[in-house]
Design a protein around this ligand. Structure first.
Ligand SMILES: Cc1cc2nc3c(=O)[nH]c(=O)nc-3n(C[C@H](O)[C@H](O)[C@H](O)COP(=O)(O)OP(=O)(O)OC[C@H]3O[C@@H](n4cnc5c(N)ncnc54)[C@H](O)[C@@H]3O)c2cc1C
Ligand code: SF4
Length: 496
């Protein structure tokens, strides 16, 4: 049967409403008063954009909400979306010293939202365009969090920036991919307007590689590649092309572009995969009215990459999980999905995953959402930049500190560089790349923010998450070469 919408607009407004509504003034003051304003605050070190968290919390506590927002947005231009979407449990709040006191961490994300909402809603300008222009021009490919983080920092340093974005609106996954109950696209579009107000030019609906050529890019003094990841991977099983087998990202994007009450969803939905995208798809399918949602994963609960709090949310929303199973065929009748043939899996003696022989069985479903990872952009990258050095996993070889690739004037950051992490990582990497370009243009090095305990220390980490980010060696080993590539000095005439 073809899929159909399940709930009314009113029901959907409730189901997909804000999961963590904004604090009232009283709640914000009470929560901010709990902060210890640590001298060498671990929450700052845990933030990949290095927001001075105790400083903005103190400003909220003393009634200077606009000042708090200025502190946030000058370190992280996407402070409003990060307040909603950051996995704070594993970043700033996960590092809060209150946890050592067996107390709840300070709700940094909720306070950040309180402050940034205040300036957006009251139209209070807190950041100004640079007064002095450098005369340098930078092309940013991709208007997602990485591209916007880079563009905003460049603009504030006085450089001219053009963002090329292939979609009708900028914002990247913030506009089109984040779970709807965490953040509405309007928040992301407000952030695009903020970046524009700094003098950045957006050319949306323009695809680099199609509408803009390499020769066009070479007219700029530097290029930032922030194109994110590619399309979702295929399952490569029979029946995959039936119309009710849909990529999870396409399904989620539809929630951001179409009226909610017109979005078709199955009654019994299978979600294949068990990363954060799978969990988001499962939760949103339930909230759109699917009666049953089953997340199917070929490994076990311990191996899934989704965050524990996302997993808990999906379970609370009524999604169920089938571990150690894999789909081997999508079943259909009259051109529509009727179910899946599944097989059990296990780890064999050498630790490899294998299907259990004779374990196949069928389960009825009317919709299948695929969330088995996104492809890398390696094909597009090597076509546009033939000399660009890539890692074996398809990401770009880059200098970890500046985002500079093997091509002297080409920098990168965000998902296409790190293999796929979080919004805040993308913003931080974009910002670092902007500072790397600024230095390459012969300008003074930009550092900081610097924690009070590091004042006067000439060498060593500055103590903020931007300059000394928390390293996750397993992830880095997976996503990039640990030893930075050697980067030749820039040529004077050509980009590459
Ligand atoms: C379903 C889903 C849910 C997520 N939820 C969260 C979450 O809750 N919290 C969190 O912190 N992170 C989340 N993430 C991760 C987060 O969205 C990404 O890490 C972040 O968006 C990366 O930013 P980016 O700028 O590198 O890439 P993107 O956001 O993908 O932006 C890249 C931009 O480049 C554009 N582009 C690509 N190719 C071209 C071209 N040739 N020419 C012009 N433009 C081009 C794209 O259209 C896009 O706008 C989620 C990711 C997914 C997929
Ligand atoms: S670690 Fe916690 S208590 Fe200390 S400054 Fe940060 S938010 Fe406040």
């Amino acid at each position: 049967m073809p899929l159909s919408p399940k709930l009314t607009a009113d029901q959907l407004a409730t189901n997909l409403g804000d999961i963590a509504p904004r604090y009232s003034e009283q709640q914000a003051i009470v929560e901010s008063s709990r902060c210890l304003f640590c001298f060498d605050a671990p929450c700052i070190t845990a933030c990949p954009t290095g927001i001075d968290i105790p400083a903005f919390i103190k400003k909220i506590m003393t009634g200077n909400v606009t000042g708090a927002a200025r502190t946030i947005l000058s370190a992280n231009i996407l402070g409003a979306s990060c307040a909603r979407v950051c996995p704070t449990e594993v970043l700033c709040e996960g590092a809060c010293v209150m946890l050592d006191r067996d107390s709840d961490p300070i709700k940094i994300g909720r306070l950040q939202r309180y402050a940034t909402d205040h300036v957006y809603e009251n139209r209070i300008p807190v950041l100004k365009p640079a007064a002095k222009k450098s005369g340098k021009r930078v092309a940013v490919i991709g208007g997602g969090p990485a591209g916007m983080g880079c563009a905003a920092e460049l603009a504030r340093l006085g450089h001219e920036v053009v963002i090329f974005e292939r979609k009708p609106n900028a914002g990247g996954l913030n506009t089109y991919g984040i779970a709807y109950y965490k953040m509405k696209p309007a928040v992301s579009l407000e952030e695009v307007a903020l970046v524009k107000s700094l003098g950045v030019e957006f050319r949306c609906g323009v695809e680099v590689g199609e509408d803009v050529t390499r020769a066009d890019l070479e007219r700029f003094d530097a290029i930032f590649i922030g194109v994110g990841l590619g399309d979702g991977k295929r399952l490569r099983i029979p029946g995959e092309d039936l119309p009710e087998v849909i990529d999870a990202l396409t399904f989620i994007e539809q929630i951001h572009t179409d009226p909610l009450h017109q979005i078709p969803v199955g009654a019994r939905v299978a979600v294949i995969g068990c990363g954060n995208t799978a969990i988001d798809a499962a939760t949103q399918a339930r909230r759109l009215g699917a009666e049953e949602v089953i997340v199917i994963y070929r490994r076990g609960e311990l191996q899934m990459s989704a965050y524990a709090f996302e997993y808990d949310l999906a379970k609370r929303d009524g999604a169920t999980f089938l571990f150690h199973h894999t789909p081997v065929e999508v079943l259909g009748r009259d051109g529509h999905v009727t179910g899946l043939r599944l097989a059990r899996t296990r780890f064999n003696d050498s630790g490899a995953l294998e299907q259990v022989e004779g374990s196949e069985f069928t389960e009825p479903f009317d919709m299948v959402l695929k969330a088995v990872g996104q492809q890398k952009q390696s094909e597009w990258l090597t076509k546009l930049f033939p000399g660009l050095e890539l890692n074996r996993n398809g990401t770009m070889v880059r200098d970890f500190e500046t985002g500079r690739t093997s091509l002297p004037r080409v920098f990168t950051g965000g998902d296409c560089a790190n293999g796929g992490r979080e919004v805040v990582n993308a913003v931080g990497e974009g910002k670092k790349a902007a500072r790397g370009m600024h230095k390459m243009f012969g300008e003074a090095e930009v550092v900081g923010p610097i924690q009070p305990s590091r004042w006067g220390v000439a060498n060593g980490p500055f103590g903020s998450g931007l300059d000394a980010p928390i390293r996750v060696p397993e992830l880095e080993a997976k996503y990039e070469q640990l030893s930075p590539a050697s980067h030749p000095e820039p040529a004077t005439s050509a980009l590459t």
